[in-house]
Design a protein around this ligand. Structure first.
Ligand SMILES: NC(=O)C1=CN([C@@H]2O[C@H](COP(=O)(O)OP(=O)(O)OC[C@H]3O[C@@H](n4cnc5c(N)ncnc54)[C@H](O)[C@@H]3O)[C@@H](O)[C@H]2O)C=CC1
Ligand SMILES: O=C([O-])CC(=O)C(=O)O
Length: 270
């Protein structure tokens, strides 16, 4: 597989490392789409990679290389800037920054581009689990979903949580946001993609209730949710190890992307 990757931050860097390990899915080359002016520095940084890595600065150059699959891991801005062009070129794209789909106009544009190009938008489970069951249950009738995202205070740095609490001195768990998944995804683009994922799989962006919590006692990034439907009722609590390169992003997100790649290449997909 020739893999295209949009962004070269925490997720992309770790993904490249994982793809270079023995037993990794058979990705034989990678093209990275990075921000304008960054290609040379990223080419230098990836020079020692076990995989052949090309670095480009435009979606057109990414497409020209003919990747079999593209993975976006460049934040909501990266989705807006590049994913429409890639889909219109007929290349299936794994969108990690799922919260970008909470913008109805952008979501419509992405879907239209995918349709025009004959490509698919793949939304990975990311840092959360149980999306298979939730998505299945949503066909059975109404589903009710409530989600709590709990992270240590430093993971909320640079977000609207700073207006509500002093994150450096916070000594108790604080619910600083209550609202819908749509509101959470747009106000916390680096922290509430899970809320959008649950919403898109289940009750929708405006009916999925979300609480976001800064908790100094949290051992990691915790995603807890309850689902009620006529067919099944369940609850999940996932305690995630934060990434070394970005405390906001759980390591499991990167393994979820790896799973999408593995399943594209495997005889048995699971
Ligand atoms: N679905 C899920 O469960 C999760 C989704 N995410 C999403 O993944 C995103 C990436 O996560 P990390 O790698 O940890 O963040 P990061 O901040 O370490 O990396 C993002 C990279 O994208 C680059 N970038 C931004 N705009 C770009 C553009 N227009 N073109 C090319 N590159 C661009 C940045 O320069 C940066 O290097 C997060 O912002 C978040 O939206 C993160 C965690 C979980
Ligand atoms: O990685 C995580 O734990 C979740 C996250 O940042 C998000 O939902 O955007």
């Amino acid at each position: 597989m020739h893999l295209g990757v949009i962004g070269y931050g925490n997720i992309a860097q770790t993904l490249l490392d994982l793809l270079s390990q023995p037993g990794a899915p058979a990705v034989t080359r990678v093209t990275l789409l990075v921000r304008p002016g960054k290609a040379e520095a990223v080419a230098e940084a990836t020079g020692g990679s076990a995989l052949p890595v090309a670095t480009v600065e435009t979606a057109e150059a990414l497409i020209a290389g003919g990747p079999d699959l593209v993975v976006e891991c460049a934040g909501h801005a990266g989705v807006t800037a590049h994913v429409t062009t890639v889909l219109r070129a007929g290349i299936d794209t794994v969108v990690v920054s799922i919260g970008a789909m909470s913008d109805d106009a952008l979501a419509a544009e992405l879907k239209a581009a995918a349709k025009a190009g004959g490509a698919r938008i793949v939304l990975p489970a990311g840092a959360v689990g149980g999306i298979d069951l939730l998505s299945s249950l949503s066909a059975s009738g109404p589903v009710e979903v409530t989600y709590r995202g709990i992270k240590p205070p430093k993971a909320w740095a640079g977000t609207p949580a700073e207006a509500v609490a002093d994150l450096d001195t916070l000594d108790h768990a604080l619910v600083f946001f209550e609202g819908t998944a749509r509101e959470a995804a747009s106000q916390f683009p680096k922290n509430a993609n899970v809320a959008a994922t649950l919403a898109l799989a289940g009750a929708g962006l405006d009916a999925t209730r979300v609480e976001l919590i800064a908790d100094p006692a949290a051992a990691g990034n915790i995603h807890a949710y309850e689902v009620r439907s006529s067919v099944a009722t369940y609850s999940m609590k996932i305690e995630n190890l934060p990434s070394k390169g970005n405390a906001k992003t759980s390591v499991s997100t990167i393994y979820s992307v790896l799973r999408e790649i593995r399943n594209r290449l495997a005889v048995v997909a699971i």
